[in-house]
Ligand binder design. Structure first.
Ligand code: ADP
Ligand code: MG
Length: 360
């Protein structure tokens, strides 16, 4: 047993050393010096791109956020170059990262960007009324956020949570409303949404892991959203053995994206808004899917062929006006979306001068 423990220690050390290079250690030290946390109490997760640790704050915590969380999760992005290729597709085409970052060969810079992106996206989620960990601070490749859990035990991922079908049904509704809010209020598409990246916390679904999330006007936002929807639909129907009724890809898409689901915009905000949206969803679920000429196409075909693959395809105003004039407006799958912004605004997302200096 001692031998096995020894080997395990070695393995742990190896895992940690991979992520904790000297500069990461320095970063952690700075965060400790500023009171964000005092001790790392345990490892919550080791992943391909990041490790997540549980840490306890000391007595002298920063004044923000207030109240300071009783425990924090420290996400440390790996600085090895291995996974960057996979990340490129999320960063390319995003105006927030225009200006040469995407071709950067500087691994550390790219990782920092990734962490920074997660910080901003988490902030936007919370501001847009989506349940997500409160984000506290990001420095280089380290992100500090509220720990979702109790007594040092992290809340389970949706895939690991033991849930009755009636709970699953409720959470399905909540997650669809969440996806709608992410899209409309936060103007984000998660882009890696699945039962891995949703935590079941405090009887609700919480969204995590949003480093790769993109603006809803990202050239591939529709692709990513389609995959997100598919993952969610599949999880709930499989996990419940088909007992939980779901909307199906196509109607889920409408529920999330359509400008109006029968509610005025101001009626969608806040807790009451959530209840109203849930009522709408319930109605939709009780109503069998309408089979008009346009909807006869099976979900799968619809999803593989009818959604424009790039915004370039979406923004062909002349073609679309022709379609509208001929009275076939419902063929425009994105017809419910009027707020797409391809103007390249978003200067507020620039790195701060301080952060830039850190990289020089
Ligand atoms: P990645 O998938 O890139 O490794 P995630 O952000 O998904 O990183 O985090 C990995 C795991 O760590 C999650 O599946 C979750 O179990 C746990 N985790 C992440 N953030 C928190 C948090 N704020 N509170 C509790 N657990 C968390
Ligand atoms: Mg994850």
């Amino acid at each position: 047993a001692a031998e096995r423990q020894n080997q395990k220690d070695k393995a742990d050390r190896a895992t940690h050393e991979q992520v904790l290079d000297n500069r990461t250690r320095e970063t952690l030290q700075k965060l400790v010096n500023r009171g964000y946390f005092e001790v790392i109490a345990g490892c919550i997760s080791t992943g391909k791109e990041a490790n997540v640790y549980l840490a306890h704050p000391g007595t002298d915590t920063p004044s923000e956020p207030f109240p300071y969380p009783a425990a924090v999760a420290v996400k440390i992005y790996r600085t090895s170059i291995l996974n960057f290729r996979a990340r490129q597709k999320y960063i390319e085409g995003e105006h927030r990262f225009a200006g040469g970052y995407s071709s950067s060969k500087n691994a550390r810079k790219l990782v920092r960007l990734w962490a920074e992106k997660e910080l901003r996206n988490l902030r936007r989620l919370v501001q847009g009324g989506v349940r997500a960990p409160i984000v506290i601070e990001q420095r280089s490749n380290v992100l500090v956020m509220e720990f979702l859990g109790r007594d040092g035990v992290a809340s389970p991922r949706l895939r690991d949570a033991d849930l009755s079908n009636s709970k699953l049904a409720r959470l399905y509704g909540e997650l669809l409303v969440t996806m709608r809010r992410m899209y409309h209020s936060c103007q984000l598409v998660h882009a890696d949404l699945s039962d891995y990246n949703v935590l079941y916390h405090d009887s609700h679904v919480y969204i995590i892991d949003v480093g790769q999330s993109v603006e809803h006007d990202h050239p591939r936002a529709f692709d990513f959203l389609r995959t997100d929807i598919r993952n969610v639909e599949e999880f709930f129907s499989k996990r419940s053995g088909g007992e939980v009724r779901t909307l199906g890809l196509r109607r889920a898409w409408s529920f999330i994206v359509d400008e109006s689901v029968g509610l005025a915009k101001e009626d969608e905000a806040g807790d009451e808004g959530e209840d109203r949206l849930l009522d709408v969803l319930r109605e939709w679920l009780e109503r069998p899917e309408e089979k008009s000429e346009a909807t006869e196409v099976d979900d799968a075909v619809f999803f593989s062929s009818y959604i424009p693959r790039t915004l370039g395809e979406v923004y062909d105003p002349e073609r679309d006006i022709d379609i509208l004039k001929s009275g076939k407006g419902d063929q425009l799958i994105y017809a419910g979306i009027t707020q797409l912004d391809i103007s390249g605004k978003g200067a507020e997302d620039e790195a701060t001068p301080e952060e830039k200096a850190e990289d020089e």
